[in-house]
Design a protein around this ligand. Structure first.
Ligand SMILES: [Fe+2]
Length: 383
């Protein structure tokens, strides 16, 4: 029998949360944005990588560089959010300034205030940046494993799409707070068992029985084909223009979860990143950005019109009697997921709470993800 590895405290303890921030999120590659976010020299974005604060800037040579987002004088945060910084980065506190290569430039009243200062010792601390699958990735350590090596085990486990050729769909930009621990959100994402149950009316366009999934090193891979009725007339039924040939035998959805907490959903007609960001032990933000085929708006309108009747028939609320204001009556699979995640977090408050057994095939990934987390945290965890 397969039993959960992590104790309940892994989902409720502030101490456990802080250990994860330090030993999981600060120590692994994180997604910081899409390549479209940084176009011209001076464009920048900032990202939290666990406890570290990183900035990525496009240099005069059009190359990306990443630094710790802290002035070398008093550690003040240099840049916020994303935007344009021009040719230099200036600290708001005492106006220490840096060029886009991270070098410390002149200081106000430098000679008088710092008689012995060697400016070459006070450049911005480097971090590491890379681009993979149209996304900008950052790591707090400049000598971290190469991004391509980190994702090498997933090379054969993703959709055969050129992500760079797709265009962002701003309508699908979603940022949602979920009142649950980040691991509950991840475990729900990689749980095959619930698909045919919780989402019986909302994800029935895929054939869950034929899903293939597992872990490749740190990352979860998942693929499932279309359901027979959806596939039968896919040119009409697809809600958006298809990204693959309709006769391709691999037509379906690739839904990996990259460690730690970066889900992708690469379906027959859209691509999206589902970035799980822990905010507190019982609060998580999910940022979703989606891309679609680079084609005319007429093609999108025509596909939406053609497929309308199919979706009207196909999508059913889990529990219509609850009304469409209730997550289980909404007919929206994401709201169904948020509901069960928040319910579980609530349930864990009870001193009578305990986990039951995990399904041996369909929930094996949940067990394996717990194993990964436990390996990283157990050496530091004291009860
Ligand atoms: Fe789900």
């Amino acid at each position: 029998m397969l039993n959960a590895i992590l104790p309940v405290e892994a989902y409720t303890s502030e101490q456990f949360f802080q250990l994860e921030q330090r030993h999981i999120f600060t120590e692994h590659w994180q997604c910081a944005g899409l390549i479209e976010d940084l176009i011209a020299p001076g464009d920048y974005l900032t990202a939290k990588v666990g406890l570290a604060d990183i900035l990525v800037v496009k240099g005069q040579d059009n190359q990306l560089s990443a630094y710790h987002n802290a002035c070398r004088h008093r550690g003040t945060r240099l840049l916020d959010g994303k935007g344009k910084t021009g040719t230099r980065i200036v600290c708001p506190y005492h106006s220490w300034s840096y060029d886009l290569a991270g070098n410390l430039l002149g200081l106000p009243e430098h000679k008088r205030q710092f008689s012995q200062l060697d400016k070459s010792c006070y450049g911005l601390k480097p971090a590491k940046v890379g681009v993979w699958r149209g996304m900008i990735w950052v790591h707090a350590k400049p000598d971290a494993i190469e991004l391509v090596d980190w994702f090498a085990p997933m090379a054969e486990q993703l959709a055969p799409y050129d992500i760079g050729s797709l265009i962002e769909s701003p309508d699908d930009l979603v940022s949602q707070e979920i009142n649950a621990n980040w691991k509950i959100v991840v475990e729900n994402y990689i749980d095959h068992y619930h698909l045919a149950h919780l989402h019986s009316g909302t994800l029935s366009m895929y054939d869950h029985k034929r899903a293939k999934f597992g872990f490749a090193d740190h990352h979860f891979h998942f693929w499932e084909p279309l359901s027979a009725d959806y596939q039968q007339d896919i040119s009409t039924n697809a809600p958006l223009p298809l990204l693959m040939d309709k006769a391709d035998p691999t037509l379906g959805a690739w839904v990996p979860m990259l460690f730690p907490g970066i889900g992708l959903a690469e379906t027959e007609s859209s691509w999206s990143v589902f970035h799980i960001v822990p905010l507190a032990v019982d609060k998580t933000r999910v940022n979703i950005r989606a891309k679609v085929k680079n084609t005319s708006s007429l093609a999108f309108m025509s596909q939406a019109a053609k497929s309308y009747a199919y979706w009207q028939r196909k999508v059913k609320a889990k529990s219509a009697k609850q009304g469409d204001k209730h997550p289980l009556g909404s007919g929206d699979f994401m709201q169904e997921d948020v509901y069960v995640c928040e319910q579980l977090q609530q349930a864990m408050k009870s001193p009578y709470f305990s986990f039951g057994p995990l399904a041996e095939r369909s929930e094996l990934p949940v067990y394996q993800h717990q194993q990964l987390v436990w390996q990283l945290i157990a050496p530091h965890w004291q009860t």
